[in-house]
Design a protein around this ligand. Structure first.
Ligand SMILES: CC(C)(COP(=O)(O)OP(=O)(O)OC[C@H]1O[C@@H](n2cnc3c(N)ncnc32)[C@H](O)[C@@H]1OP(=O)(O)O)[C@@H](O)C(=O)NCCC(=O)NCCS
Length: 190
């Protein structure tokens, strides 16, 4: 699938040292987006603790960056070490919603899930969250879901050499983009 992102935006995996950037992004979510992201109201302390947990075994977070600032994220969290089930969750700050970012992030999460042998992916989604449901429907070929129960069951196919190569290539580009981004911010600051 072609990736359409807002101009200047990039998507890459977060590093463990970026837990603070993840926390700040989650704290910037407006009230409604925060409620939808966590399927209910949660406080700032909960968010700070949640962000710190990106270093836990098996957790993968993709971030959408604009001008070096994390504006959107997608999290893949396995149920346990070597588990076949995982949870996926998405958060995009309000000004960058409905611009295609969620679609790019979901595609990356599906690839990561597939490459880790995860066969059941759950997305906690409030019944009223039409946009998330529409987003999942776009990937009907890769997902099997039932929103009657507000939980989406996903069934990605098994990994192949090509799917592994794709993730590694994207990781490589992620590092290059992060370096270029840091350099251009340094130039601007100077
Ligand atoms: C839900 C969310 C992840 C979707 O990401 P997004 O970047 O806004 O979505 P996209 O722009 O990729 O749009 C995906 C699809 O949703 C549909 N859509 C977009 N905007 C919509 C809107 N305002 N209302 C209903 N459907 C909408 C479209 O079908 C779209 O696909 P298309 O443009 O190819 O037709 C994002 O809006 C978000 O983070 N919301 C707050 C937190 C949340 O709800 N998280 C989900 C629970 S984990």
């Amino acid at each position: 699938m072609l990736e359409f992102l807002p101009p200047g935006g990039t998507v890459r995996k977060l590093w463990i040292g970026e837990a603070e950037a993840y926390r700040d992004h989650l704290l910037r979510l407006d009230f409604e987006s925060r409620r939808r992201r966590f399927s209910g109201g949660v406080g700032d302390d909960f968010i700070a603790q949640h962000a710190r947990s990106i270093g836990a075994f098996g957790v993968v977070v993709y971030g959408f960056f604009l001008d070096g600032v994390l504006r959107g994220a997608a999290e893949l969290r396995p149920a346990g070490p070597f588990a076949r089930e995982a949870e996926a969750a998405f958060s995009i700050e309000q000004p960058w919603q409905s611009l295609g970012v969620g679609s790019v992030l979901l595609e990356r999460i599906l690839l990561a899930a597939r490459n880790r042998g995860i066969t059941a992916l759950q997305m906690q989604c409030l019944a009223e969250n039409r946009r998330m449901q529409q987003l999942a429907r776009k990937f009907e070929a890769d997902l099997k879901f039932d929103f009657g129960d507000v939980v989406a069951e996903v069934d990605p196919p098994r990994f192949t050499g090509l799917s592994l190569l794709r993730e590694w290539t994207e990781d490589g580009w992620g590092v290059v983009n992060a370096l270029l981004d840091a350099q251009s911010r340094l130039v601007r600051a100077g």
